[in-house]
Design a protein around this ligand. Structure first.
Ligand code: 5GP
Length: 201
């Protein structure tokens, strides 16, 4: 069985990560998407257990106390956490695992799993990003202002990532992410070459 790989994707709020991730998952059916826990309310179309596990603050605290998270973080308003089980179970079955994390979570996961691959999805321009955030109509003006503050903080962290991919066209961006995953699997360091090319039977 091949060894599963962890892939971390981050990107500014409103950059279109959701669409890109969906297309990456469609292109690579064996890639497992790690479903995070969050205390924020579901957006229109989001499903419990598919996009997130939507839980209360109390349930989130209980899960912290039970040491169920590989990492967890608090943004201005909400908590997000990656369950250890969402990573370890699929990895032990040889599957690749895709995590969508903010920069704080990506940093924690990189420390825990140094051989993970981290990809930052960037907007074509900051003007395009602001227009998208305002245009999607899912956040209040206060929430947008908070998200723009987060963006300013996150931009200083991009250099910690292994790859940066611009999302001008979601399909192209998704194809680039798929290419990165395929290339990473071809790295010599990720392949067990012991006895692979021995002439002895
Ligand atoms: P949203 O509320 O837009 O779904 O996500 C807000 C931010 O939280 C995004 O940057 C997203 O990548 C991040 N995020 C989602 N799940 C997790 C998680 O489990 N851990 C961390 N650290 N960040 C997460």
């Amino acid at each position: 069985m091949g060894k599963g790989m962890l892939i971390v994707i981050s990107g500014f709020s409103g950059v279109g990560k959701g669409t890109v991730i969906k297309q990456v998952l469609d292109s690579l059916p064996s890639l497992y998407f790690s479903v995070s826990c969050t205390t924020r309310a579901p957006r229109f179309g989001e499903e419990n257990g598919v996009n997130y596990y939507f839980i209360t603050e109390e349930e989130f605290e209980r899960r912290i106390a039970r040491d169920e998270f590989a990492e967890h973080t608090r943004t201005f308003t909400n908590c997000y956490g990656t369950l250890k089980s969402e990573i370890d179970k699929p990895l032990s079955h040889g599957l690749d695992v895709l995590l969508e994390l903010n920069v704080v979570g990506a940093d924690s996961i990189k420390k825990l799993y140094p051989d993970c691959v981290s990809i930052f999805i960037a907007p074509p321009s900051m003007g395009a990003l602001r227009a998208r955030l305002e245009g999607r109509g899912t956040e209040t003006p206060e929430e947008i202002a908070r998200r723009l503050k987060e963006i300013a903080l996150e931009s200083g962290e991009i250099e910690k990532y292994d790859y940066i991919v611009t999302n001008s066209i979601a399909r192209t961006c998704a194809d680039e992410v798929v290419n990165i995953i395929r290339c990473e699997h071809m790295k010599v360091a990720r392949n067990d070459l012991k006895n692979k090319f021995s002439l002895e039977e």
